[in-house]
Design a protein around this ligand. Structure first.
Ligand SMILES: *Cc1c(COP(=O)(O)O)cnc(C)c1O
Length: 398
């Protein structure tokens, strides 16, 4: 299966254990400690004046970062295979900073129609204020997207798979079209994490993560991170600086702690998700499971080609049912929490609300759709819980 189709697996697991820490620099402590500060004191005026010449990971003022934040950024850059990373307060801030880095009056950006809804709102409400034209495109467009790239295009934005409806994009084909025209490709890789996707190998220039999700992994922090290649690092770093983003060293410390187990969590969660998704596919109330890891999914071939594994987040289109049945179904689940976000160790359920936020593609399943995040529980228990919830909602028979 997918987990074995990479030769770099061992390398990534080793990086997860060792990246972003330097015990010798911290009196032998295994983990980089939490450094809390605003002010950094310099021994001489000359050294203070020279602070800006020391590189962008030099400790000079709290807002720019501390050894703790830099450790997290270093770990992510190593895992992503990028030049450098910068932590920002949350995933949306990572999206905003990445788009801000390339926006200019008269600029044009291509954004997939299934993009994360808060990102869409930023594009629709804020980018035009900066003089930008936003064009939404069908996530399935692939190489044909080249025809929409114009001289004014400053960036092509991707999100694959879409985090509600799970269409997989042909990122290498899009990146090839963009590269020919010198346009940077930005991608939200939150779903795949650096464990399951190597963005720079696929031609992505700027990789965006909500570390709030799998990287943190325990539903207890808000954090984002942006990684760029060398060519685009300056633009991204300046944007983060200019927007005034800074992050708490405690959150970076938590995220580093989460990273150490990212591999084991994701491997197990993928296994659990496949078991639950395969069971769901057989249920009479289920019309379709949208999960690229399942053979037969429209995105399966691209996923298999480009990803090393699958996150444990997918959606399920249900057959038409009264809203009361949907409410009973979700309310009857005892192991699935109803709430926003995902990527923790625990299972979650939510309704998919994709109909209202699209402009060039239709998302009109016949019935309601739900999104499941599969956690580290025993999959047999998760299936039993879903089974009793279907029964409680009167949905066990066709
Ligand atoms: C949650 C999410 C974000 C935003 O992350 P926050 O940390 O909640 O701001 C961005 N992209 C995707 C795909 C997400 O699911």
């Amino acid at each position: 299966m997918a987990l074995s189709h990479s030769n770099d697996r061992a390398r990534t697991d080793t990086l997860l254990a060792h990246a972003g820490r330097d015990p010798a620099a911290h009196r032998g402590m295994v983990n980089t400690p939490v450094y809390r500060t605003s002010t950094v004191i310099f021994p001489t005026l000359a050294s203070y004046r020279a602070r800006k010449d020391q590189g962008d990971k030099f400790v000079r003022y709290g807002r720019h970062g501390t050894p703790t934040t830099y450790a997290f950024e270093e770990a992510i850059a190593a895992l992503e295979g990028g030049y450098k990373s910068v932590a920002v307060p949350n995933g949306l801030a990572a999206i905003v900073a990445s788009l801000a880095a390339f926006s200019r009056p008269g600029g044009h950006v291509l954004v997939p129609d299934n993009v994360y809804t808060p990102a869409r709102r930023f594009c629709e409400r804020r980018l035009p204020q900066w003089g930008m034209e936003v064009e939404f495109y069908r996530p399935g467009e692939g190489a044909a997207l080249g025809a929409r790239m114009k001289p004014a295009t400053v960036a092509v934005y991707c999100e694959s798979p879409g985090s509600q409806t799970f269409e997989v994009q042909d990122i290498p084909a899009i990146a090839e079209q963009a590269r020919r025209r010198g346009i940077p490709v930005l991608a939200d890789n939150t779903w795949a994490t650096p464990y399951f996707l190597q963005p720079f190998e696929l031609g992505i220039d700027v990789s965006i993560h909500a570390a709030t999700k799998y990287i943190g992994g325990h539903s207890d922090l808000m954090l984002g991170v942006v990684t760029a290649n060398e060519k685009h690092w300056g633009a991204v770093h300046r944007a983060v600086d200019d927007l005034g983003y800074s992050v708490s060293p405690d959150d970076c410390w938590q995220a580093l702690r989460g990273l150490r187990t990212l591999g084991v969590r994701l491997r197990q969660q993928m296994r659990n998700a496949l078991a639950v998704a395969q069971w769901l596919r057989e249920q009479p109330a289920v019309a379709r499971v949208a999960y690229p890891a399942l053979p037969g999914d429209p995105g399966h071939a691209l996923w298999k080609r480009d990803f090393r594994g699958a996150a444990s987040l997918f959606s399920v289109c249900l057959k038409p049912m009264p809203d009361e049945a949907l409410e009973t179904l979700l309310d009857s689940m005892t192991l699935f929490g109803i709430g926003s976000s995902w990527g923790g160790y625990e299972s979650l359920v939510n309704v998919v609300n994709a109909q209202s936020s699209r402009s060039v593609t239709a998302y009109r399943p016949d019935g309601p759709a739900i999104r499941l995040h599969i956690g580290l529980e025993d999959p047999a228990d998760l299936i039993a819980d879903l089974d009793q919830a279907f029964a409680a909602a009167g949905l066990r028979q066709a």
